[in-house]
Every structure is written in structure tokens, then in C-alpha cells.
Design a protein around this ligand. Structure first.
Ligand SMILES: [Zn+2]
Length: 145
């Protein structure tokens, strides 16, 4: 029985070591642009690297930009659900472009497609895989209308 308990303990430790976003410390700076990541908390995003380190960004735009440039180093990508403010897996979120993020035009993330569509009011809703370097370039130029 002891061995089973140990095994369960190990399993729990294994499960908990995955999928754990951390709240960014006060004064944390964006790994891409150096901006304070807590300026607009609903935009705050983070990535867990394969070496266990966490890096933060002030918005999903820069989190995905960082991801696209460092794909082999990134283990997890977390963004905040714009409705609830909760951390969600950025790779399974739905994204809607907005004009006013912490650094100009940006994207906000939703866990639910229904909520994303409601927020988008007829504009296009994007999936993670739709967002590439080209998308981000157009977003920054304000061409997402
Ligand atoms: Zn940034």
C-alpha cells in the first residue's frame, strides 16, 4: 500500500508541475518591449520556457510574438480570458483584435468562442494558429478592420 501512496504522490506532483501559470511579480517587464506587464491586467500574458523559467508580456500580442520567435524554447503559453480575467491556455484561446491595448492595437483572448463572437460584434474571431508574424505586422499597422 505504501508503494501505491508513493506512486499517487508522484503522479500528483507530476500533474501539478504542468499547467501552472504564475501571477507576474510587481514591476515585471515585458520580455519583448520592456513595458510594465501589470498596466492592463486583462492583457497580461506569460510563457513558461522549457528550462522552467517564466517570462511575461503586457499583452497577448507580445506573448505570441515571443512564442513565434522562440518556439523550441517555449513549453506553455498563458493569456487571460478577457471576460473572467482567469489564466487560460493561449494555444486554445480565441482572439479578437482591438484598437486600444497597452501598446496600441492588440488582441484580447477568450476561452469561449461564444463570448469571443459576442465581443467581436460581427468582426472576425481568430484562433491561435491564425496568428503568425504577418498577422502581427498588420495588427501593429492598424490594419485589422
Ligand atoms: Zn511588450
Amino acid at each position: 500500500m505504501k508503494r501505491v501512496a508513493l506512486l499517487l504522490g508522484l503522479l500528483a506532483a507530476f500533474v501539478f508541475s504542468f499547467a501552472q501559470p504564475k501571477d507576474p511579480p510587481k514591476g515585471a517587464k515585458c520580455v519583448v518591449c520592456g513595458m510594465d506587464v501589470n498596466m492592463m491586467p486583462k492583457f497580461t500574458s506569460q510563457l513558461k520556457l522549457k528550462d522552467g523559467k517564466y517570462v511575461y508580456t503586457e499583452s497577448p500580442k507580445h506573448a505570441i510574438q515571443y512564442y513565434l520567435k522562440n518556439k523550441d524554447r517555449v513549453a506553455e503559453l498563458w493569456v487571460r480570458d478577457f471576460s473572467s480575467g482567469k489564466w487560460i491556455d493561449g494555444r486554445h484561446a480565441y482572439y479578437v483584435p482591438v484598437d486600444e491595448g497597452p501598446m496600441g492595437p492588440d488582441i484580447v483572448a477568450f476561452r469561449s468562442l461564444v463570448e469571443a463572437k459576442k465581443f467581436a460584434k460581427g468582426k472576425k474571431v481568430f484562433k491561435f494558429r491564425d496568428i503568425d508574424a504577418e498577422f502581427l505586422k498588420h495588427l501593429d499597422m492598424g490594419h485589422m478592420h
